[in-house]
Design a protein around this ligand. Structure first.
Ligand SMILES: Nc1nc2c(ncn2[C@@H]2O[C@H](COP(=O)(O)OP(=O)(O)OP(=O)(O)O)[C@@H](O)[C@H]2O)c(=O)[nH]1
Ligand SMILES: [Mg+2]
Length: 561
């Protein structure tokens, strides 16, 4: 196979939604139908320690929620799929947003009883901005749902995207029996199996097929036929270009826990989802500092609609190998206790043992320990192609956002950054475990789970943790204990807003600031000064009283740049 064929067979996508819509359940079922697992680990059984392939972390098993995104690579029908299950909770959305930089399309899961929930809407916006095509799975049709037509309407009005139903539910709630495939004009009627661990038996036939028709009562049958006619009259045709341009989302109905409609989603998705897309590199002159969020947004816009012939647009066929790190995770395998950097391959061919240029250190590094990933399982991989996500082990200098390439002229700046909104002190109650405590904390900071700040003019050496949401603190505590054997104690801190000060501020400039009551100056890990405020109001007051000191929601320059 040549490199173009390798690229064309890759599909790299994320599953996204509001918490609890069924992403992990759907992921598991896609693995079942994709032939990657023999038996789907039921999510309910998870609470009794039998895990799904994607929620492998100790705390995820315990809580039954996803905390960290997971990569699952498998082959199906001539395709190589790189599937990324993401956490839905907003406190972990930094991880989810980073994953969105690494994929070429998404499956958006919606709980059909609830419709579009706030987090789904936010994630949708991000996909929109990035120009990532969206496929929709209306899940949980086995329970009473909103009216399917109303759900389509909601997609169109709340999200402002055209919705094209690829299939249609037959029977609602407890009477839900399957779906009608509008393209083949066939009904797929399923049977429920206990726990949904195996593929659901299915009977397939046309509307006039007596064997299939006989399974439906008259009312369900007639209502389905009527709704299908209404859809035909509405007259939308399938339009691949509109899907790829993010103007239309193909809609699939089903029930992930019962395996209804999963095969149709998988096949329908693969038929229409785009292969690996190129990425914009940063022009050499623009290197250096991180992009501000505004600049990142324009970059994204360019990527979405923009000129793909621009000199800094790197196509997958570009001869040089290039990729960027979008995630770091330590201790995935309790046997190894090492850290993995997740790389999205963007161009060229990756070969194990190759030497590449590492953007952050500007050094050459040899990539000898490369893996393909399946949840927390890994296997050595000798080559990889654009679209693939691979795991690299053994490079402590790698950080999120770094570019690895054989052409030092290529630098990606894909990773968005977030402003922390939750603050808490983390105490080490056990001085004998100081080393483990510090080591664990440093690792979690490198993974981007949290940031640490240090108060200025303070004798207290307790780190002040800063995170997007408070659940991240819980993750830190749990992982410190579980992975490093270090207990910790949280103490809430009185701030809710952090703003970065200009990097060049000297000590006496800081002394001269007029600080509102309750606010404090602190430093981030890169020794950049910040101000902590009790609330937004206080931050605004500061800008009025310190007119010549601009504040920024993100560091104006990062530690190592
Ligand atoms: N009735 C019904 N329940 C479902 C279905 N799919 C998933 N669930 C249930 O919904 C709950 C949440 O499922 P998950 O797959 O963990 O949801 P998630 O979207 O991954 O959640 P987070 O990762 O924490 O955001 C579980 O109790 C599932 O059993 C379905 O088709 N029907
Ligand atoms: Mg999940």
């Amino acid at each position: 196979m040549n490199i173009t064929e390798e690229i064309q067979k890759r599909r790299t996508f994320a599953i996204i939604s509001h918490p609890d819509a069924g992403k992990t359940t759907l992921t598991e079922k896609l693995l079942l139908y994709g032939g990657a697992v023999q038996l789907a680990g039921s999510v309910t059984a998870r609470r009794n320690q039998s895990a799904t392939a994607s929620d492998w972390m100790e705390l995820e098993k315990k809580r039954g929620i996803s905390i960290s995104s997971t990569v699952l690579q498998f082959d199906y029908h001539g395709y190589r799929l790189n599937l990324l299950d993401t956490p839905g909770h907003k406190d972990f959305s930094e991880d989810t947003y980073r994953v969105l930089t690494a994929v070429d399309s998404v499956v958006m899961v919606i709980d059909s009883a609830k419709g579009i929930e706030p987090q789904t809407r936010k994630l949708f916006e991000v996909c929109r901005q990035r120009g990532v095509p969206i496929f929709t799975f209306l899940n949980k049709c086995d329970r009473p749902t909103k009216d399917p037509l109303a759900l389509l309407d909601e997609l169109e009005h709340v999200l402002g995207i055209g919705a094209f139903p690829v299939n249609w539910p037959i029977g609602n709630g407890f009477e839900f029996q399957g779906v009608f495939d509008r393209q083949t004009k066939l009904m797929h009627l399923f049977e429920r199996t206990t726990g949904g661990q195996y593929r659901a038996p299915v009977q397939i036939g046309g509307l006039d097929d007596p064997a299939v028709r006989g399974r439906l009562d008259d009312e369900t049958f007639h209502r389905t036929v009527e709704e299908l006619e209404m859809l035909e009259h509405a007259g939308h045709d399938w339009d691949d270009a509109a899907v790829l341009a993010d103007k239309t989302t193909p809609v699939f109905f089903g029930s992930a826990s019962n395996n209804f409609g999963v095969q149709l989603l998988l096949d329908g998705f693969l038929k229409h989802a785009p292969g690996p897309k190129g990425r914009f590199g940063v022009p050499p002159s623009g290197g250096g500092a991180w992009l501000s969020s505004a600049a990142a947004a324009t970059n994204v816009e360019r990527a979405a609609g923009g000129d793909t012939r621009a000199p800094n647009f790197i196509t997958p066929e570009h001869p040089a190998f290039s990729g960027f790190i979008f995630k770091i995770q330590a201790n995935m395998d309790p046997k190894h206790r090492d850290r993995i950097a997740f790389v999205r391959v963007c161009s060229g061919k990756f070969e194990r043992d190759m030497t590449v240029h590492h953007s952050r250190s500007e050094k050459k590094v040899r990539l000898s320990s490369s893996h393909k990933l399946f949840g927390n399982e890994r296997e050595t991989v000798d080559e990889a192609y654009p679209g693939d996500v691979i795991g690299l082990v053994g490079h402590d200098s790698f950080g999120i956002g770094d570019t690895l390439t054989t052409d030092p002229g290529i630098t990606y700046k894909e990773i968005p950054r977030f402003t922390p909104e939750a603050f808490s002190y983390l105490h080490n109650p056990n001085t004998a475990k100081f080393k483990q405590f510090r080591q664990g904390l440093e690792q979690l900071m490198q993974e981007g789970v949290i940031q640490a700040l240090y108060l200025r003019n303070s004798s207290v050496k307790t780190p002040l943790l800063a995170a997007v949401g408070p659940l991240q603190f819980e993750v830190v505590q749990f992982r410190l204990e579980n992975e490093y054997g270090a207990a910790s104690r949280l103490e809430s801190a009185p701030w809710t807003v952090v703003r970065w000060l200009p990097v060049d501020m000297k000590e006496n400039d800081l002394d001269a600031l007029s600080l509102p009551t309750g606010s404090r100056v602190a430093y981030d890990v890169g020794k950049n000064p910040v101000v902590l405020f009790a609330n937004e109001w206080s931050a605004e007051y500061f800008t009025k009283t310190n007119e010549r000191v601009p504040l920024s929601a993100l560091p104006m320059q990062t530690a190592r740049e």
